[in-house]
Each structure stands twice: as C-alpha cells, then as structure tokens.
Design a protein around this ligand. Structure first.
Ligand code: ADP
Length: 203
C-alpha cells in the first residue's frame, strides 16, 4: 500500500492513517507529528517550525520535504501512508521525484471531503494526548476523567493551532496553497474522493 491521505485540517487523516497502518503494517508518515516531535525536543528543525505551526502557516517546503524523504526511505515492503504531506504543488513534485528514485510509485491519493463548519467544530473541540496520541473531542468523544487520557493517564492538550484564529488561518492556507494539489493528482488520474464521516454527530 502506497497512498497519500489528503484533505483539509480536521478531515480525519490522522485517525484513518493510524487505523490503516495498524491493519496493513504500512508506515504511517505524518509530517505534522514529526514536526510536533521536533518542537517538543527543541531541535533545530523544531525551533524553525514552531512559529509557523502556532499561526497555522505552512512550514517551508524544504524542511518538510527532507522529513518526508527520510521517512519514506525507511518504509518497508508493506508500504506507507502519507498523512498531511504533500501540502503544496512543489511538495507533490518533490514526492514524485523521490518515489521515482526509490522505484515505489503511488497507488492512490485519497481525498477526504468535509465541509468547513464541521471542520471548525471538530478542531475547536479536539483534545489530544501528547504521550500516546489518542484523540478526543469535548462533545463527541470526551475522556472519562476531564482532561486526562483514558489510555495512558497523561494530561490532554488543546493544540495551539486548534484555537479559533489559527483554525481560520489553516483553512485559508488549505484553500490557497493545498487544494491546488488535487488538480495535480487529478491530472495523473490517481485521485479518489471519499466523504469523511468520522463520528459525525449531526450537530
Ligand atoms: P492538520 O492536518 O490538522 O492541520 P497536521 O498535524 O498535519 O495537522 O499539521 C500541523 C501543522 O504542521 C500545519 O498547520 C503546518 O504548520 C505543519 N505541517 C504539517 N505538514 C506540513 C506540510 N506537508 N507542509 C508544510 N507544513 C506542514
């Protein structure tokens, strides 16, 4: 399995990617998770990325392309699931080149479609466990004990880019810089569309 999970912030790319990775043994490659890890460890990449991430801006292409290439080179025979990469046409072109060199072309790009009102509701109520990555939602999937992860007991966090101003900016950035990537893949006939209905609560 060699796929890209594509879609706006809050589409459920991370959730779907984790489930698929568990089922297939494919490598789950999330540039967002890799960047958050670099920020937490205060590496050079992390220090550079933090200000972009807090505002909901894209981290410069060369930084994320280097991260993705490193992870792709390590993926085994079961393949990979890219989550949150590529997010610009330049990243998509760099990905094609890297996969050509590795002799591992993409099987499909799966677009998770979801409307903006739903995204804002999902992200503003989202809480995550910084330790084990388990996602929660204050209305649709609250933890048993307020603010504490059911799985590992760590204190849950409200990501700095899940605050209203940053969410609005992420959506703007998605529409301007990321959506054009769909056209790129459509022209290669490997784009599949899929309505995202992750825990839709009908609010
Ligand atoms: P979401 O899909 O919910 O926005 P991610 O965890 O994928 O969240 O990404 C969080 C942030 O990390 C993004 O807002 C951006 O700042 C940065 N980031 C992640 N992936 C990329 C990428 N491919 N290109 C540029 N920036 C990225």
């Amino acid at each position: 399995m060699r796929i890209v999970l594509f879609g706006p912030p809050g589409a459920g790319k991370g959730t779907q990617a984790s489930m698929l990775a568990e089922k297939t043994g494919a490598e789950h490659i999330s540039t967002g998770d890799a960047l958050r890890d670099a920020v937490a460890r205060q590496t050079e990449v992390g220090l550079k990325a933090k200000s972009y991430m807090d505002k909901g801006e894209l981290v410069p292409d060369e930084v994320v392309i280097a991260i993705a290439k490193e992870r792709l080179a390590k993926a085994g025979e079961s393949g990979f699931i890219l989550d949150g990469f590529p997010r610009t046409v330049a990243q998509a072109e760099a990905l094609d080149k890297a996969l050509d060199e590795l002799g591992k072309p993409l099987d499909a790009v799966v677009n998770l479609e979801v409307d903006e009102e739903e995204i804002v509701w999902r992200l503003s109520g989202r809480r995550v466990c910084p330790n084990c990555g388990e996602p929660y939602h204050i209305e649709s999937k609250p933890s048993a004990k307020d603010g504490i992860c059911d799985k590992c007991g760590s204190a849950l966090v409200h990501r700095s880019d899940d605050q209203p101003d940053a969410i609005r900016n992420r959506l703007k950035v998605y529409n301007q810089q990321t959506e054009p990537v769909l056209g790129y893949y459509e022209s290669k006939s490997i784009l599949k569309k899929y309505p995202s209905c992750w825990q839709y609560s009908g609010h």
